[in-house]
Design a protein around this ligand. Structure first.
Ligand code: NAD
Length: 478
């Protein structure tokens, strides 16, 4: 995305911009808690004063309903700001550690220092939240930032650029607008940290580029997050939660339940309750879900075509339509669609869906559902609906995923005390609150030794009998 006011930066511009942040990165190492809080607060104030502009930008980009923008774009950022301001002093304070006996006479502590110049690359699906949220963590940690928002949401990306240019000097924080080429040009620079949110396939490109300079990375990726609805689940409760979690942002959510694994005894009841929930939430006056002001639209033609092809492919291979199936290319509307009789041979089970299609697979025993999850790459989130605590523990212990939510979905994103992120294919590193702060920080282990004679003096060469005895006892006792 390049409007006349924002010409595409070339490699030399970018290098210059990057160099201009060097001094900031060293001077911000000693920035106080108060300095950093000032930076966070001014973003908070700007957001408060421009809330309607943010809503309008999201509405223009993909018809996002205003309450959804408030809840999922603005609130997570203001919560991140407030949580960071409240805890920053504690996070920044060096922490002492206990001294193991062989280290007697020394003291150990952990100093937290900013990693330095950081690159944030953001996706389009929560374009404000996923650009500004990591920026809050970077600024809390004391890092200057070059931020590249998504080219697919031009209104929101322009607005973020405006916000940052009003609040920061480019040597502190700057927004670079552009698409894949710009992203790749930025990735050539030796950043101290790269925080990328996007797809696993681009995550691999980012990690390869980072390896060139041994830049550290946080990769917030995606994938297929399953929801298991077990034998004793409350179908009405599960259906209402799943429908909201799936269809918020029109299913274009990294942690949306991608597919359902449902105990065979619950299948019919769950389908019934999901239909009731869809009607209640998106079509209470029976005018059609396409008339609902609360349903966002698909981001662009490319994704619209991909998703409708997924539905056609599934139906042609024997899937059954439980709900939906209609679409309108002109308005990028796809009706919430629930599919049963789904198999692994269908496109919907091959890739992350990232849209309003919900495939359902039934199982006869929980072990079978767990084995299915474990046969796939580790998901970003796993949801379990059921009341039995043994079954719950079984899922928690026998599966691996970035996060787990029991008897709900998606909600963990808003919990500032929990690390958020994936594992392997769904991500590397964690975000939010203290974990986001740590992503942009180097935990520096510091050991202080006394001057002159100390217990290590005895271990120096020439190695006499005494030294050998001490070394032998170290191995034996510690
Ligand atoms: P994407 O990976 O296509 O793009 C993300 C960013 O990378 C964009 O800014 C884009 O310009 C840039 N980019 C794209 N291709 C590139 C390339 N070849 N080289 C360098 N940079 C490139 O992702 P998207 O379509 O914007 O977002 C959807 C994906 O993001 C989904 O997989 C979703 O699950 C994931 N996601 C993850 C989280 C999370 O927190 N884990 C949150 C939101 C979205």
């Amino acid at each position: 995305m390049h409007s006349p006011s924002t010409p595409a930066p070339n490699d030399i511009d970018l290098k210059h911009l990057f160099e201009s942040q060097h001094l900031t990165s060293t001077s911000w190492r000693t920035s106080s808690t108060a300095d950093r809080i000032v930076r966070l607060k001014k973003i908070g104030v700007w957001i408060k004063n421009h809330q309607q502009e943010i809503r309008d930008a999201l509405k223009n980009d993909f018809g996002k309903p205003e309450p959804e923008t408030d809840l999922s774009e603005i609130f997570p950022v203001t919560a991140e700001i407030n949580h960071s301001i409240k805890n920053l002093k504690k996070w920044m304070t060096p922490k002492s550690v206990s001294t193991p006996l062989p280290m007697f006479g020394t003291s150990g502590s952990i100093y937290i220092e900013p990693k330095g110049r950081s690159l944030i690359i953001a996706p389009w699906n929560y374009p404000f939240n996923l650009s500004v949220g990591p920026l809050i963590s970077a600024l809390a940690a004391g890092c200057p930032v070059i931020l590249k928002p998504s080219e697919m949401t031009p209104h929101t990306s322009e607005l973020i650029s405006k916000m940052i240019s009003e609040l920061f000097d480019p040597s502190e924080v700057t927004v670079v607008l552009g698409g894949i080429e710009t992203s790749q040009a930025l990735l050539k620079l030796p950043f101290d940290h790269i925080f990328f949110t996007g797809s696993p396939s681009v995550g691999k490109i980012v990690m390869k580029a980072a390896a060139e300079h041994l830049s550290s990375v946080t990769l917030e990726l995606g994938g297929k997050s399953p929801a298991i609805v077990d034998e004793d689940a409350d179908c009405k409760d599960a259906a209402e939660k799943l429908i909201w979690g799936k269809y918020v942002n029109c299913g274009q959510t990294c942690i949306a339940p991608d597919y359902l694994l449902v105990h065979e005894s619950k299948l019919e009841n769950l389908f019934l309750e999901m239909k009731v929930a869809l009607q209640k939430m998106y079509d209470p006056h029976f005018k059609g879900i396409d008339k609902s002001p609360d349903m966002a639209r698909i981001i662009n033609d490319k994704h619209f075509n991909r998703l409708t092809k997924n539905i056609e492919d599934a139906l042609s291979k024997g899937a059954q339509l439980v709900f939906g199936g209609n679409s309108d290319q002109h308005t990028h509307y796809i009706e919430p669609t629930i599919l049963s009789n789904v198999t692994d041979e269908m496109l919907v089970m091959e890739e992350e869906i990232f849209g309003p299609i919900l495939p359902v697979i039934s199982y006869t025993s929980l072990s079978e559902a767990i084995a299915y999850v474990n046969s796939k790459p580790k998901p970003l989130a796993l949801y379990f609906f059921g009341k039995n605590s043994e079954q719950t523990e079984k899922v928690l212990h026998e599966t691996s995923s970035g996060n787990v939510v029991i008897n709900d979905c998606v909600l963990h994103y808003l919990h500032m005390q929990l690390p958020f992120g994936g594992v392997n294919n769904s991500g590397i590193g964690k975000a939010h609150g203290y974990y986001g702060f740590l992503a942009f920080s180097n935990e520096k282990g510091v050991l202080k030794q006394r001057v002159g004679l100390n217990n290590v003096t005895l271990l120096r060469p020439p190695y006499g009998i005494k030294a050998k005895q001490i070394i032998a006892s170290l191995i034996k006792w510690f």
